[in-house]
Structure formats: structure tokens, C-alpha cells
Design a protein around this ligand. Structure first.
Ligand code: FES
Length: 157
């Protein structure tokens, strides 16, 4: 069962890595922030179209490894249509999933089952600390854009 799940997760990551969703620059974006992985120099620009506190569109461009690209792609699907507060909850939850043991993870607000399942797919990187920066790269940029910053500080990674 665990092997089946791992295989499924790997397929999802490979699919998003090879065919990233929302890899574009929306014409009407009104927030953007750069995220750069200081370990390798890979970087993404994340674009948000934020209207009345809701993320109406989200996309990204840039260069990254398969894990960072897959995670960026999944991030865009997860936060589209969410309020800024909901997107922050997803970011904080995902960050904990990637960096903390189960009993150390905080409650950052409600996350529906479907979204949690998708966050779990990428959080397998917890076993490989060097890849955590890859998986969280676009998420940090998205969070910076939400806060009106133009880049995610590298010491956050
Ligand atoms: Fe550069 Fe993953 S190796 S972002």
C-alpha cells in the first residue's frame, strides 16, 4: 500500500514537473515576487491577480529542477480561487509538512482534505532536507507576492 502510494505520488510529481500548469505570465497580474534557491541559483517569478482579497489567477515562470517545478505547478492549482488568508494557511501548513515532524506541526487554519492530500504529495521531500528548498521555492515567492514584497528573502528557505 505504501509503495503504491509512493508510486502514485512520484507519477503526480513527474507529470507536473514535465507539464507544469500555469507556466505563463498573466496580462492582468497585479502582484509578483521572485523566489531564488540560494543553493543552486534556480529561480521562479510568481504572478498573482489579486482582486478583493481573492486570488483570481496565479502563474509562474522561470527555471527550476523537476521538484521545484512540480511544486510550483501544484501550488498554482491549490491557491487559485482562494482568499489571501486561505493561501497563507496552505503555505504555512505546507511549510510545516516539509520541515517539521508530525508532532511539531502547528494548526494554521482549516485545510480541506483534497488540498491536504495534494500538499502531502510534495511533502515527501522532508526526508531529503536539501530538496526542501526546491519544494518550497515557489511557495515562498507566492507568499511574498501576497504580502506585496517583490522577492522572497533567501534566508527564509
Ligand atoms: Fe534548484 Fe531544485 S535544484 S530548485
Amino acid at each position: 500500500m505504501m509503495d503504491d502510494l509512493r508510486e502514485l505520488y512520484q507519477e503526480v510529481i513527474l507529470d507536473h514537473g514535465k507539464n507544469p500548469r500555469n507556466f505563463r505570465h498573466p496580462d492582468d497580474s497585479n502582484r509578483q515576487a521572485k523566489g531564488e534557491n540560494p543553493m543552486c541559483g534556480d529561480r521562479f517569478m510568481v504572478y498573482l491577480t489579486l482582486k478583493d482579497g481573492v486570488i483570481e489567477d496565479v502563474a509562474f515562470q522561470g527555471r527550476g529542477c523537476a521538484i521545484s517545478t512540480a511544486s510550483a505547478s501544484m501550488m498554482t492549482e491549490l491557491v487559485r480561487g482562494k482568499t489571501a488568508a486561505e493561501a497563507e494557511t496552505l503555505f504555512a501548513t505546507f511549510h510545516d509538512l516539509c520541515t517539521k515532524d508530525d508532532d511539531e506541526q502547528g494548526d494554521h487554519g482549516p485545510v480541506d482534505e483534497d488540498s491536504r492530500e495534494k500538499l502531502m504529495v510534495m511533502s515527501g521531500v522532508r526526508q531529503f532536507p536539501v530538496r526542501v528548498k526546491c519544494a518550497t521555492l515557489a511557495w515562498h515567492a507566492m507568499n511574498a507576492a501576497l504580502h506585496g514584497q517583490d522577492s522572497a528573502s533567501s534566508d527564509q528557505f
